[in-house]
Design a protein around this ligand. Structure first.
Ligand SMILES: *Cc1c(COP(=O)(O)O)cnc(C)c1O
Length: 220
């Protein structure tokens, strides 16, 4: 058994069966992604559209590709033919562009709203109020080719487990608060290599794990 296969087995054994594992393969060569594929992994996460598109072109077509990074509106068109889930949607403007490109491809594109939960000043993510106003907006009703299926968040980059836990708990509570009104919200994407166990305790339904599968990256 190779290292990637062993890492995947260990992680899958440590998460509940109904939690989806996104194998974050950014910066890694196709040969390594194929090792994961050959053990049965079918969901891969990338944070650069060009890199994801190149991998999609060259790899088997039964892979579910997730865009986990920040998305520039002018690049949506490159992934619209195939992307399965966009994790980091943080504006109605971006949703409109995703809808437009999805229509051109006769597709409905799944999205998550990225919510700002980290204490540190982060450039990306919506405040809760902004997310509520997007979900309740008339504009969203007209976007027939986007499907918002949940929320995504990233905890502060810290070793303080208590802080990470309280940030995940806050997002999970917000998710539960929204669900009765928006029952189509099914996915809570929280948890990376260093904090996925905490995330699962806080109700994560989707973890995004890179370095614990493929090893450390030289660049991000
Ligand atoms: C890189 C990345 C991950 C995975 O990080 P690891 O620490 O390698 O597991 C998860 N989510 C996002 C948004 C990322 O950019």
């Amino acid at each position: 058994m190779n290292t990637i296969e062993r890492n995947l087995q260990d992680i899958l054994a440590s998460i509940p069966k109904d939690v989806i594992l996104v194998a974050v393969s950014k910066t890694k060569p196709i040969s390594e992604l194929m090792q994961a594929y050959n053990t049965g992994q079918r969901v891969f996460g990338e944070n650069k559209i060009q890199e994801m598109t190149e991998k999609w072109e060259q790899m088997p077509k039964d892979i579910s590709w997730h865009m986990i990074g920040h998305v520039q509106t002018n690049k949506v068109k490159y992934m619209a033919p195939f992307v399965d889930l966009i994790h980091a949607v943080d504006s109605i403007k971006l949703l409109k562009e995703i809808d437009k490109q999805a229509k051109k491809n006769n597709r409905v594109i799944n999205c998550l709203l990225q919510i700002k939960i980290a204490e540190e000043e982060s450039k990306f993510g919506l405040d809760k109020e902004d997310a509520i106003s997007i979900l309740g907006s008339e504009e969203l009703k007209n976007l027939t080719n986007v499907h918002i299926q949940g929320l995504m968040g990233m905890a502060t980059f810290t070793n303080d487990q208590h802080q990470i836990k309280s940030e995940f708990e806050a997002l999970s509570a917000f998710f539960e608060h929204l669900k009765p009104k928006y029952p189509y919200l099914k996915t809570l994407s929280i948890g990376m290599s260093s904090d996925y166990k905490i995330a699962i305790d806080c109700g994560s339904t989707m973890v995004r794990i890179g370095s614990s599968i493929f090893g450390v990256r030289n660049y991000s």
